[in-house]
Design a protein around this ligand. Structure first.
Ligand code: ADE
Length: 225
C-alpha cells in the first residue's frame, strides 16, 4: 500500500513512521509512506500557505492553490483509491472502516491546520472526510498517524502473528478479553486457572465470554451495532 500525506509540518510524523510496526511494514516493502511538505507550493518570500478567512474571525485557513497544485502533481503519477481529509467534522473512524481501507492500493491523506482548509478543496478533490474522535487536535498530522497505524497493522504480512489483528478489540464489535503473562501469581492475584489448563476449546470459550462481559460493561453501544 502507498500512502501520501500532505502536511505543513511533515517533521511531526517522522518519528512515528520510523519506529515499531510502521517501520517494520515499510522495511518489508508492504507499506510506503511519503509525507509532502505543503510549503513546497507556498508563495512569496515566506512560502505562504495560509490566509485570513473571508467574513472575518480568528484563525487562518490553508489556501486552495498550494493544496490544489500539490494534489494535481501527485495525481499526475498516482491514481488514488481515496483522497481523505482528516477533520473533526468528518465521519468518526471505526475498525470496520480501517479494515476496508487496509485493502486500498493508494491513499492520499490531507492533514489540516489552524481553522482547516479552503472549502473548495473539499468540494473539488476530497473523496472522504474522517475524524478520529470528538475533540479538536492542533493539526491533522496526529490523526493521519492514527489512521496510518490502524491501517498499516492490518496489511497482510505486517504483523508476525497474522491472527493477532483479528483478535484485537473492535473486531466482531467486541472489546478484547483480559490477557496475562508470567508470573502465575502477582501481588496475591492469580492467572485464571482455565488459561493454564491447555484446553484450547475451553480457553476460546472463556475468552469469548470475557469479551462479551467486558463489552456489556464498558461499551454496550457496540453490541447494538
Ligand atoms: N484535526 C483536528 N482535529 C481532528 C480530529 N479529531 N480528527 C481528525 N482530524 C482532526
Amino acid at each position: 500500500m502507498r500512502i501520501d500525506v500532505i502536511s505543513c509540518v511533515p517533521e511531526l510524523m517522522q518519528s512515528f513512521l520510523s519506529h515499531s510496526i510502521l517501520k517494520r511494514a515499510q522495511d518489508k516493502g508492504l507499506l510506503e509512506v511519503n509525507v509532502h511538505d505543503l510549503r513546497e507550493f507556498g508563495t512569496g518570500n515566506y512560502r505562504q500557505i495560509d490566509d485570513y478567512q473571508y467574513g472575518g474571525g480568528a484563525g487562518m485557513v490553508l489556501k486552495a492553490e498550494p493544496l490544489g497544485q500539490m494534489i494535481d502533481k501527485l495525481q499526475a503519477v498516482v491514481q488514488y483509491d481515496e483522497i481523505i481529509y482528516l477533520t473533526p467534522d468528518g465521519k468518526t473512524l471505526k475498525q470496520g472502516e480501517a479494515n476496508r481501507l487496509s485493502l486500498s492500493q493508494n491513499l492520499l491523506l490531507i492533514a489540516g491546520h489552524y481553522k482547516g482548509i479552503d472549502e473548495r478543496i473539499r468540494q473539488l478533490y476530497v473523496t472522504s472526510e474522517m475524524s478520529i474522535g470528538d475533540y479538536v487536535l492542533s493539526g491533522g498530522e496526529t490523526a493521519a498517524i492514527v489512521l496510518i497505524d490502524a491501517l498499516g497493522r492490518l496489511i497482510p504480512g505486517v504483523l508476525n502473528d497474522e491472527t493477532s489483528a483479528l483478535t484485537d478489540s473492535f473486531q466482531d464489535n467486541l472489546l478484547a478479553p483480559p490477557v496475562y503473562t508470567r508470573p502465575e501469581e502477582y501481588k496475591g492475584l492469580s492467572v485464571p486457572k482455565i488459561l493454564l489448563s491447555g484446553h484450547e476449546a475451553k480457553i476460546h470459550e472463556w475468552r469469548h465470554e470475557e469479551a462479551v462481559k467486558r463489552t456489556k460493561d464498558r461499551r454496550p453501544d457496540l453490541l447494538d451495532d
